[in-house]
Design a protein around this ligand. Structure first.
Ligand code: KET
Length: 427
């Protein structure tokens, strides 16, 4: 009798209580591995040095290193007071990807839903993939954004990789990439970064995208585009969607995750969109309802404030053109910092080749620094970046670029000596 009156929690306690101590439910839980990107922010925050620089997370900063609230966002804030209904955010997002006059939009062939930023859009897609293609794999570029591995792992989709970056030439290994596409089993899922690849800053050319798209037709593969940096590669939103438009011309069915964290500086608002192209509007309605069901069970619905901001900016012609200008300003600032960093290293007399700093595109520079050099930068110079040597260029400012160049010069001295010796041998 007594047992029936205990709450469920009390019963558990009772079962797991010995006379002397309570047996814990969670004793077997070990700490999770540190996230390679968030771990950098933690180390940076814990460093008391006034000279410290955070080049870890890919979030936009101004030339003073401060987070930026875009002017279009400020103006949208003033307009959204009292707004309640969300109708156009998904439609406007889809137009950004596929083009404003695209038939896909007119025919209602895209199943789009709001998502918790780019991460949430990827997570929804991975779950959808598992539900409807439970035996499938996902192919990632090598390397890719570290969180892709976590997202598809948690959805229980096994991953494979395809060749992407060649560390020797510091450029795309296109031949190996094409071989991997050809050798993958027919109808495989591939993830692409349509522009400003993270972490390498290396994108296929237009011609190469056409070849990839052609080969996807031959093999019947499914392309999933993770679009987290639209506008950051070229400064132009349409140009940065070129890869997707090529696949569209070739009549592929496409999946796309979009994020406004970087392009509108709305990192903290978690605004994104997942869209899946379908054969017709009936299929789109079915797919949309399935994704909505997945989202409903995960988090109910996304927070509304950021979505209203994005919707207001995208559907007001003046705000949209202001945003387009501001994207260009952000992309240009990063590009200028690439030039200055490279020039400074060259002025210091570095005998290493730093051309890749300006050849690469987007938010990141894949510097080629080794994990040992990255550790030295943190310990001796208070400069923080991910272990793979990725520099978030948004963290480079007029005020810190000299200091950064000097530090990189210092930690690469022994490599420079080796380069000189090799050079003298070959002469
Ligand atoms: N995809 C890619 C390729 C990407 O680099 C990021 C974020 C995201 C998706 C997720 O974006 P969000 O919309 O914030 O959910 N990358 C940077 C930030 C982070 O990891 O949180 C980064 O690599 O630093």
């Amino acid at each position: 009798m007594y047992w029936r009156y205990l709450t469920r929690a009390a019963r558990r306690c009772s079962v797991h209580t010995t006379s002397s101590r309570t047996v814990g439910w969670w004793d077997h839980v070990a700490p999770a591995a540190k996230d390679p990107i968030n771990g950098v922010t933690e180390a940076f925050l814990a460093d008391p040095s006034p000279f410290k620089i955070n080049l870890g997370v890919g979030a936009y900063r101004d030339d003073k290193g401060r987070p930026v609230v875009l002017q279009c966002v400020r103006e949208a804030e003033a307009k959204i007071a009292g707004s309640e209904f969300l109708t156009k955010m998904v439609e406007e997002s889809v137009k950004l990807v596929y083009g404003k006059d695209s038939d896909v939009v007119k025919e209602g062939r895209s199943a789009g839903v709001q998502a918790l930023s780019g991460t949430g859009a990827c997570r929804l897609f991975a779950e959808f993939q598992r539900r409807f293609h439970p035996e499938s794999h996902i192919y990632f570029p090598d390397p890719t954004w570290s969180n892709h591995h976590n997202i598809w792992r948690d959805a229980q989709i096994p991953e494979r990789t395809y060749h992407y970056y060649d560390p020797d030439s510091k450029s795309l290994d296109f031949a190996a990439l094409m071989d991997d596409i050809k050798n993958a089993p027919d109808s495989s899922f591939f993830l692409f970064h349509p522009s400003a690849h993270n972490p390498t800053g290396v994108d296929p050319t237009e011609e190469q995208w056409r070849e990839i798209s052609y080969q996807f037709k031959v093999k019947g593969h499914f392309p999933f585009f993770d679009m987290a940096y639209q506008g950051f590669a070229s400064g132009d939103l349409d140009k940065d969607a070129q890869a997707i438009r090529i696949f569209l011309e070739d009549e592929h069915l496409i999946g796309c995750a979009q994020s406004y964290a970087k392009s509108m500086g709305l990192y903290g608002h978690r605004v994104g969109c997942l869209s899946i192209l379908c054969v017709d509007s009936k299929q789109a309605a079915a797919i949309r309802s399935q994704i909505q069901q997945i989202a409903r069970a995960m988090y109910g619905s996304p927070p509304v404030h950021g979505i209203l901001l994005v919707e207001t900016i995208l559907s007001d012609p003046n705000l949209k053109s202001l945003w387009i200008d501001e994207v260009k300003i952000m992309a240009d600032r990063i590009q200028r910092k690439r030039t200055t960093l490279r020039q400074n290293l060259e002025k210091l007399g570095s005998s290493l080749n730093w051309e890749h700093i300006t050849n690469q595109l987007g938010m990141f520079c894949f510097s080629g620094l080794t994990p040992y050099q990255v550790d030295r930068l943190a310990k001796e110079f208070h400069i923080y970046m991910t272990q793979d040597g990725r520099i978030s260029m948004a963290g480079v400012t007029t005020g810190n670029v000299n200091y950064l160049a000097n530090a990189i010069h210092e930690v690469t001295r022994s490599e420079q000596e080796t380069a000189k010796i090799l050079c003298s041998i070959s002469v």
